[in-house]
Design a protein around this ligand. Structure first.
Ligand SMILES: Cc1cc2nc3c(=O)[nH]c(=O)nc-3n(C[C@H](O)[C@H](O)[C@H](O)COP(=O)(O)OP(=O)(O)OC[C@H]3O[C@@H](n4cnc5c(N)ncnc54)[C@H](O)[C@@H]3O)c2cc1C
Length: 72
């Protein structure tokens, strides 16, 4: 299966990772992103140390079966 995801911010990257993790057959995922860095998008590309997460780290896991993933 070939899947193309347009937008490589947090949602696009997490979708790609979860699709590949759960794939039952050979799967190819292509991410199309206009920024240099993947996974950061607008919100997480800030370099200002005053910009903090407004969600508890314990609620930021990318994987339902690993709720402490973000904290590791
Ligand atoms: C200032 C700010 C602070 C935030 N803080 C938090 C927080 O603390 N906790 C939290 O959970 N959420 C926070 N958010 C919400 C945050 O934006 C989302 O959680 C998450 O980052 C959204 O990810 P996304 O991938 O859906 O969108 P985006 O991060 O916007 O990613 C979309 C991506 O698509 C790319 N793109 C768009 N159009 C095209 C195109 N035509 N071709 C190629 N690439 C394209 C963009 O370059 C971008 O990288 C914050 C948002 C903002 C604005």
């Amino acid at each position: 299966m070939n899947i193309i995801i347009v937008g490589g911010g947090a949602s696009g990257v997490l979708l790609a990772v979860n699709l590949l993790k759960q794939a039952q057959a050979a799967t190819r995922v292509t991410l199309i992103e206009q920024r240099r860095d993947l996974g950061v998008g607008f919100a997480y590309s800030t370099r200002d140390p005053a910009h903090l997460l407004n969600v508890r780290a314990q609620n930021m896991s990318a994987f339902p079966d690993d709720p402490t993933h973000f904290q590791k």
